[in-house]
Write a protein that binds this ligand. Sequence first.
Ligand SMILES: [Fe+2]
Ligand SMILES: [Fe+2]
Length: 207
Amino acid sequence: MVAPIYQKSKEFLDSLINEGKATPYLEIIKKHHLETYEHSLRVGLLSVDLGLENHLNDFELRLLGYAGLLHDVGKSKIPEEILSKQGKLTNEELEMIKGHSRSGFLEVDELEYGLIKLIVVAHHEYKKSSYPRSGKDRRKQSRNKDRRKNKVDISKLAEIIAAADMYDALASQRSYKKEMNKEEIKKILEEQYIGNHKYIAQVLDRY
Ligand SMILES: [Fe+2]
Ligand SMILES: [Fe+2]
């Protein structure tokens, strides 16, 4: 499937990549797990594209681009055999996978005034059985963070990244699963995504 992504989104993401700040992280992901690297580039692009559609400003687009590129950097701490495992994961392996949001938070450092790591840690918090924080914990913490961080709405940005991430994970073939068709993807997103559903509709419109 090829998405009608705005040319402007591609140029915007390329310019972020060319700044070089994401390069060390992207190299780590690429070396560790190519599938995750390719997914990260697609999530970065789709997130910026959604940001443009929703008239976000340039700074918010920067945050979306960087957070999309780096959201899964914590997976570099998980053995490749687990990331590519076909078949059911053990509880222990599942816990390791779930740890990637927090490891990403620790790894991403102070990029863009420390805002990227806040989005990274929250990218799995907009689906049912969210982690690392449940909906209730997240709302409490996000409000505090939003106040501290000069009114950047971190929750909104994480919601967009989550929509792009969930879509891409379902739509692309992974070593452990086949790609799904649009109807199957729509059904799962409508059931599982607990952020603002306009983002889901906007993502599905592109394909
Ligand atoms: Fe993730
Ligand atoms: Fe992801």
